[in-house]
Design a protein around this ligand. Structure first.
Ligand code: PEP
Ligand code: MN
Length: 338
C-alpha cells in the first residue's frame, strides 16, 4: 500500500500519517519527491484499513501495491532513483557510469596499474574482488584483507571509489572498513541471511542476478535488502544460463527495460561475465547502453594471459580506450551522457 500526500501537506501531517501506520504494527518508508511525499506501507496488508488514512489531513490518495516487491516497485517511488557512490551518481538522468577493474585483486602493483589505466580511460568506479567465489576450492580464492587494503590504496591514489564482493556476512565489518560499495555475486543472490545483513549496512549494494534466477526472483532479492532499510541498491544483469554454449552465459538485455519498468532501482549491466569472451564484450556493452543501462561493469587487465581469474574475458587497456568514445556516442544517442 502506498500513501500519496497532497503537494502542500505539512511535516506535521506527514508525521501523523507515519505514526498512524506504525500504530497498525506496519512499517512506513518515506520517499520525498519534488512536490509530494510517498509513504510506502510494508507489513501484513490484511491488518491495514484504508479508510482511516484516506481521511487524514494531507493525504491525497491510497494506492494498493499488488506486487510482492513493495519497496522495489516503480510505483513505490513514482520515479527512477539514483544511488550515490562517493559522489558518483548512478541512475535517473545521471551519466552512464563505467565500473572497471580486474576480476581479482592480485597484488598492490597489479591493482594500482589497472586502476590508473581505467581511470585514464574514463571509468568512474574501480572494481576488484578480494573474496572470490570460485567454482573450485583449489582455484585462487582472493587476497582477502590484503586485497581490501590494496583497493583502499588504489582509491587514495586515483580518487576512484571502490566496489568489491562480500561472500560471507561475517566479513561485513572488515569489508565496510575499506569499500565504498558492496557487491553481492550471482551465486549469493538468494543467500537471504547475507542480503539481510547488507540491508543493514550504510554502504550501497550492487546485487548481481543469479544465473538461474527469474527477473521476479531477482527483484525479490533486492526487496530483502531494501526491507532492512538500505535503499541504495543497484541491480546488475550479468548473464543467465541457457542452452547456448557458444558464450559463457547469455546476457539477458531484455532485463534492462523490464527492470526499469518494474522497479525504480538503477540497472547495471556486466557484459564481461555475460559473454565471457573478450572479443565480443565491446559490442554487448554498446547494446547495454542502448538498452538503457545506468552503468556498465567490465573486467580489465593489463596482463590478461597471467591473470589469476577470468583472464580470457578481461578487456585489454587498448580495447577499453577504443571502446569508451563509442559507448559515449551510444549514450548520447539515447539521451544520456557518459
Ligand atoms: C565478479 O564480478 O567478479 C563475479 C564473480 O561475478 P558474478 O557473481 O556475476 O559471477
Ligand atoms: Mn570475474
Amino acid at each position: 500500500m502506498i500513501i500519496i500526500t497532497q503537494p502542500n501537506a505539512t511535516e506535521e501531517q506527514i508525521e501523523r500519517v507515519v505514526e498512524r501506520v506504525r500504530e497498525f504494527g506496519l512499517e512506513a518508508h518515506v520517499s520525498r519527491g519534488a512536490s509530494r511525499v510517498i509513504i510506502g506501507v510494508v507489513g501484513a496488508d490484511d491488518s491495514f484499513r484504508e479508510k482511516p488514512f484516506a481521511a487524514m489531513p494531507g493525504v491525497e490518495a491510497i494506492v494498493p501495491v499488488l506486487k510482492p516487491y513493495k519497496l522495489a516497485s516503480y510505483e513505490s517511488r513514482g520515479a527512477a532513483s539514483t544511488v550515490e557512490i562517493c559522489g558518483v551518481s548512478i541512475g535517473g538522468d545521471s551519466a552512464v557510469a563505467l565500473i572497471c577493474g580486474p576480476c581479482s585483486v592480485e597484488s598492490r602493483e597489479q591493482l594500482l596499474s589497472i586502476a590508473r589505466i581505467v581511470k585514464d580511460a574514463g571509468a568512474r568506479i574501480l572494481r576488484g574482488g578480494a573474496f572470490k567465489p570460485r567454482t573450485s576450492p583449489y582455484s585462487f580464492q582472493g587476497l582477502r584483507e590484503d586485497g581490501l587494503r590494496f583497493l583502499a590504496d588504489a582509491r587514495n591514489e586515483t580518487g576512484l571509489p571502490v566496489i568489491t564482493e562480500i561472500m560471507d556476512a561475517r566479513d561485513l565489518p572488515i569489508v565496510e572498513r575499506y569499500a565504498d560499495c558492496l557487491q553481492i555475486g550471482a551465486r549469493n543472490m538468494q543467500n537471504f541471511s547475507l542480503l539481510k545483513e547488507v540491508g543493514r549496512s550504510h554502504l550501497p549494494v550492487l546485487l548481481k542476478r543469479g544465473f538461474s534466477a527469474t527477473i521476479n526472483e531477482f527483484i525479490m532479492s533486492a526487496e530483502y535488502i531494501l526491507s532492512e532499510g538500505n535503499m541504495n541498491v543497484l541491480l546488475c544483469e550479468r548473464g543467465i544460463r541457457t542452452f547456448e554454449t557458444a558464450t559463457r552465459y547469455t546476457l539477458d538485455l531484455n532485463a534492462v527495460p523490464i527492470l526499469k519498468a518494474k522497479t525504480h532501482l538503477p540497472v547495471v549491466v556486466d557484459p564481461t561475465h555475460g559473454v565471457g569472451l573478450r572479443a565480443f564484450i565491446p559490442q554487448m556493452s554498446l547494446a547495454a547502453v542502448a538498452a538503457g543501462a545506468d552503468a556498465i561493469m567490465m573486467e580489465v587487465h593489463d596482463s590478461p594471459d597471467v591473470a589469476k581469474s577470468d583472464g580470457e574475458q578481461a578487456l585489454t587497456p587498448d580495447m577499453l580506450h577504443k571502446l569508451v568514445p563509442r559507448l559515449r556516442a551510444v549514450a548520447n544517442a539515447v539521451g544520456r551522457d557518459l
